[in-house]
Write a protein that binds this ligand. Structure first.
Ligand SMILES: [Mg+2]
Length: 283
């Protein structure tokens, strides 16, 4: 795992710092300061460190009821991220899955869109790694930075240094769908494009699985919110993947209603035929 306490060279003049422990008591495992000079770097560091908090909590509460682990995971990651953003970017607005929606974000030029723990259900299941931390920055109409930490696997993916999508598509294609809310047309779509269905938790984990070449596409049509996809889509687009609504429309963020029911992320060479197949099976 990257060291969230490492300091980049040349961070002196514009760097802002925060004590990781100051935001959330003594359970924080990182005693050094987080330091950053750019928004993408901050997104990566914050997502990574929230992941460390979640991993540690998962170990501490391994014998606790899963509902307690889910609740505390959501809360502690949210508290860390929002406290750090308040200190490091005090002029910015925040839209978090775990916070009250502040309508002032609609007047703001910069809004951090965060999902402190994506895949809460999987987080509370021992040995599962399909859960994530999402940190994205929307600025004047577009998501300009995003980071997705996959603490159960190790890496944090970011739009600043996006992964290289490897090789060729699988044969048959591997199509990721939600474990709990797969599209009603999933089987019909898979048959039409020649894919096998792969259920997985967490929109971030699924999107990064496409970016890592573990799968070829991710189709969701069962209800989602902006924090589910903002950071993953930022990384996906930076990696050269296709990302859109399932009808091909562009994804837009910081809307008054953050509900965004569907999502397609796929290798770019699959976009045209997948969108055509979606148009056929959704009618
Ligand atoms: Mg969440």
């Amino acid at each position: 795992m990257p060291d969230p306490g490492s300091e980049p060279a040349g961070a002196a003049s514009r760097a802002a710092t925060v004590s990781a422990e100051s935001s959330r008591g003594p359970e924080s495992p990182v005693t050094s300061r987080l330091s950053c000079e750019s928004d993408p770097e901050l997104a990566r560091l914050l997502a990574t460190h929230a992941g460390v908090i979640l991993l540690r909590l998962r170990g501490t509460l391994r014998a606790a009821p899963p509902e307690r682990l889910r609740a505390e995971g959501d809360q502690r990651a949210h508290e860390f991220l929002t406290a750090a953003l308040r200190r490091l970017r005090p002029g910015d607005a925040v839209l978090s899955e775990e916070g009250a929606d502040d309508p002032r974000r609609l007047e703001a030029h910069r809004v951090w869109i965060i999902d402190p723990l994506d895949g809460t259900r999987e987080y509370a299941e021992p040995h599962r790694s399909d859960w994530a931390v999402h940190v994205a920055l929307w600025e004047r109409g577009a998501v300009v930075a995003g980071a997705v930490a996959l603490p159960g696997l190790g890496p944090t993916f970011s739009s600043e240094h996006p992964p290289t999508v490897p090789g060729q598509p699988h044969k048959p294609l591997r199509m990721l769908i939600s474990r709990s809310r797969p599209p009603a047309y999933a089987a019909a779509l898979a048959e039409r494009i020649g894919a096998e269905l792969v259920p997985m938790g967490s929109a971030g984990a699924k999107t990064m699985a496409v970016a890592r070449g573990e799968a070829d596409l991710y189709v969701h049509d069962g209800g989602q919110y902006e924090w589910d996809s903002a950071a993953p889509v930022a990384v996906a687009l930076a990696a050269g993947l296709h990302a859109s609504r399932v009808d091909g429309a562009p994804l837009r963020y910081n809307n008054a209603d953050p509900y965004q029911p569907d999502l397609l992320v796929c290798r770019p060479e699959l976009a045209e035929r997948t969108l055509a197949a979606l148009a056929a099976v959704r009618t």
